[in-house]
Write a protein that binds this ligand. Structure first.
Ligand code: SAH
Length: 213
């Protein structure tokens, strides 16, 4: 588990490139600069960790591309102390970004191998206050709801209704919607049964899977 000045230099470049691609929230750029992404990857990919690319992380899943992580995070408009629900912990990298923004994070992963890795890795990197859950993210966490923000990091065929119901009024949920490719979609809860919906272009995600598949 080594982090060097060379890694830091590469992270600065990565943050700079995300800024050039339209990420304006300096807190996000700072988080990208400080989180050692190479430690979230299999060591065979370490040399490429600071390219703006997705990589395999085992269990047929991927660590999201840094631009995608930054873009989804920016859409959430995070405030310190926000209670945030993340679906798809994966490597835990996006989780770390949320934690760097000083939010209270609850994250669910359905692949046990990835859940176990994230549970081991995040505290090693100093992230002790995170609540990680093994299970089906489609169900959300009714016992911890409502959330100020919800982020889904896998492609959902349609808006997950249970998750929308666990959003506070005024809260925001970011979810990539679609089967082959996904349209980045933001829901803002405007009332008990009303939501504002906005879309933000095409992305590619691994599919969000339910209990049965
Ligand atoms: N944020 C992660 C992205 C991982 S890819 C990262 O950057 O590393 C999406 C993740 O969602 C995968 O780990 C996959 O196993 C998980 N996933 C898919 N369907 C899920 C579900 N129903 N509940 C919880 N996690 C799910």
């Amino acid at each position: 588990m080594k982090d060097t000045t060379k890694h830091l230099g590469l992270r600065k470049k990565l943050a700079e490139s995300l800024k050039n691609k339209g990420i304006e929230d300096v807190r996000i750029l700072k988080a990208i600069e400080s989180i050692p992404r190479h430690l979230f990857l299999d060591s065979s990919f370490e040399a490429h960790a600071y390219q703006d690319k997705a990589f395999p992380i085992g269990a047929e899943q991927t660590i999201s591309q840094p631009f995608t992580v930054a873009f989804q995070t920016q859409l959430l408009q995070l405030l310190e102390t926000d209670r945030v629900l993340e679906i798809g912990t994966g490597s835990g990298y996006q989780t770390a970004v949320l934690l760097e923004m000083k939010t209270e994070v609850y994250s669910i992963e359905r692949q046990h191998e990835l859940f176990r890795n994230a549970k081991r890795m995040l505290p090693k990197l100093g992230y002790h206050s995170v609540s990680l859950f093994f299970g089906d993210g489609y169900k959300g966490l009714p016992e911890k709801a409502p959330f100020d923000k919800i982020i889904v990091t896998a492609g959902a065929p349609e808006a997950p209704k249970t998750l929308l119901s666990q959003l506070k009024i005024g809260g925001r949920m970011v979810v990539p919607l679609g089967v082959e490719t996904q349209v980045m979609t933001l829901y803002i809860r405007t009332g008990i049964a009303s939501f504002d919906k906005q879309t933000f272009g095409d992305f590619r995600f691994v599919p969000m899977l339910g209990d049965r598949n």
